[in-house]
Structures are given as structure tokens and as C-alpha cells.
Design a protein around this ligand. Sequence first.
Ligand code: GUN
Ligand code: ZN
Length: 424
Amino acid sequence: MKAFRGEILSVPDDPAVVGTEAIRHFDDGLLVVEDGLVLACGPHRALSEKFADVPTEKLDGLIVPGFVDAHVHYPQIGSIASHGEQLMQWLERHIFPAEKAFADRAHADSIAAFFLDELLRHGTTSALVFATVHPGSIDALFEAALQRDMRIVSGKVLMDLGPEGLRDTVSTGRADTEALIARWRGRGRLGYAVTPRFVPTSSEEQLADAGALLTEHPDVLMHTHLSENPGEIEFVASRFPDAADYLDVYDRFGLVGPRSVFAHCVHMSDRALSRVAEAGSGIAFCPTSNMFLGSGLFDLARADRHGVRIAIGTDIGAGTSLSVLHTLGEAYKICQLKGASLDPFRALHLATAGGARVMGIGDRVGALLPGQEADFILLDENSTPLLARRCSGASLHDRLFALQVLGDDRSIAATYLRGAKVHR
Ligand code: GUN
Ligand code: ZN
């Protein structure tokens, strides 16, 4: 058993739904960890007597749950900041060539290791990750995640209409998916997601098979892209002229349910948003990516009116930072452009417990509640002179907002997985 003493903040519930009750803040708090799980978390004053004999580390900074990145592509980490195109051309020109290299297992191993170390350095402890069409890209990622004891959910990409050299078939896609689920089920803190890339790269047969895989394996997620960029949406509409909208195509194949996570959803009808809400699916809001590719401005307030579950995604390589703090700062600006104000406590919720819930791991991580895994980070508001100046003497709300707007990897003083320090 061990304990950490310091300022602790977590936001287990959505402040937009339950109000300030959602915020758990202890100025001088104690986080007690046993066997990697939170045993107690509360004011030091209330817990110090009971845990007087437990070795206690004093942490200087703000302790919050580790970040959850609910949409990110690990094979694209080296393609970040590729200039000049919108989604469909960007994929052809920059991304598909980079993903072809993952046919080589050694390449996949080295990128997976770099990617996961970067996640930890940025304070991200759980992620829903796109790999490539190659099953080896999953073995590489899961082996590296197992070594680091991270909570990673991923799955081989299904794309039987992909470009030459980056294409599976309905039957190899199924066989590889089945083999990966069997090989990795129950190991470490890993989870599987059936991952059709998006409608343009899968046949109707493959989309139907992805729906069947989802039904046959009640413990897996479904992860894909939806209604991101105008060019993509036009293409889907021309291929499925009788579908109500893009979401309806996924719906026809049994891909819209409580275990489905849709990245982007920038251009959604009220019908589609209400259907996502009714199905209990989640949306990954990817602000930096949506701006970088010129896709559009996600309307968080409108999604809220439908009661949709929201998570935050960095969406590297179309996203421009692996920092969830920075991504939340950009989310704030997009909400401003849409006439809404993203509260910093809510932002933290979306990037921790909210994201975990969308990923189906809300009972395990995200809120530092007793029984949850002790994945947490230490935020340093003195990490730059400007941040220190802005935070000095400021309220908790203002300090958190300053971290959201000015913070990045420099503000992550340390990252802990199940109570063990894994970064700095
Ligand atoms: N839609 C299909 N594939 C991708 C991808 O790799 N990145 C983004 N941002 N959108 C996609
Ligand atoms: Zn993506």
C-alpha cells in the first residue's frame, strides 16, 4: 500500500448535467493506492489517521486522472503536419503511403513504442487507437502496451476497398479480426475494437461482416469515422443515394449501438444526432484535426441538446498535438465560434471520466474513485513563466482554464499507471 498527498481534482460526472456536484476537489488531499487500485481518495484531514502507517509521497502540483484520448492513429505519428490537403486527398497523398510501411513488423514495433511513450509523456494513460490494415500493427501496439501496462483499445483496420497494398478482403478481415480477438482477449488492460476505417473504404459485405463481428463478440467496441469532411460526405451520399444520411449507412449494417464510437461527426442532421443518442453511441470530438483538414466546426451544444455522450480525440496525424490539454484549448475556441462556452471542469470531465465512459472503461479509470485503477498525472502550473504568472493567486477554475489554454506536454510533471510512476 502507498499514498500520495497533494491537491487532487477529478470530475466523475458531467457538470453540464449534474452541475458543480460533479467536481471532487481536495486542496490537501490523500490518494491511497493498494495493488494498483484506489483504496481511498479524500481530504488528508479525514484520512490521515486511518492511513498513518502508509508510506506517503508528497506531490507538488495538481493531481488529476490520466487523460483519455478517444481517437488517435498511431501509424500516423510521423505524418503529423503534412501540408495542404483536405481529407480524401490527404489520405491518398500522405497517409496511405505511410500506413503501407506497417506491413513490416519491425517498423510497427518501433513506431508503437515511440507512440506509447509519447502518450505517457503527454499525460495520456488510456486511448482508443487506430492501427493499420495489417494484423501485425495490432500485435506491435498491444505488445508495447502490455509492456507498459497501459489501457489501450484498438483493432485491425477493415478496408477491403482500400488502395493497392492496403486492402484486405471480407474473409481475411474476418479471419484476422477473430485471430486477434482470440490472441489478445483478457490480457493486461487491452481491449479490442472492430474497426472499419470509414464507409468509402469498405464494401457492403465487409460492413455487414463488421456488424456480425460486433454481435458475435459482446466485449468488443466498434470504432470508425463519421461525417467528417464535405468531400467524404458527398462521396458516401453518391454511393448510398437512398440512405437517410451517412450514419444511416452504418445503421443498416448493425454498426450503431452502445459500444460504437464515431470520430468527428462535424456535419450531422438532428435525425442523426438523435439516433446516436438513442443508440447510446459515443462521439469523439477532434478539434485540432477538424480545423487542420478544414473539415468544419463540431457543434457541442447541439450534440448536448440530443444527450449524446462525448469524448475528446487528438486524432494524430490530422490532429496537430498529442496533448489533450492543448486539444481542450482548441475545443474551447471551436465552442466559442459556435456561440457556446466550454467550462474547464467540463473539459476535464470529457477528457477523463467522460472519455472513459465512451470507451466502455468508465468503471475502471477516469475519476480516481475507490476501486478504480490508480492512473493519474501531476499537472505543473509553473511549467512556463507565463502559466505561472497567470495561475498565481488565481481560483481553481481559472488555473484549470489557464492549463487548458496555455498548457501542453511541459505541464505534465509526472504520469502514474496503477500507482507506479512511468514518466519523470
Ligand atoms: N477517415 C478515414 N480515415 C481517416 C484518417 O486516417 N484520418 C482522419 N482524420 N479521417 C479519416
Ligand atoms: Zn481519425
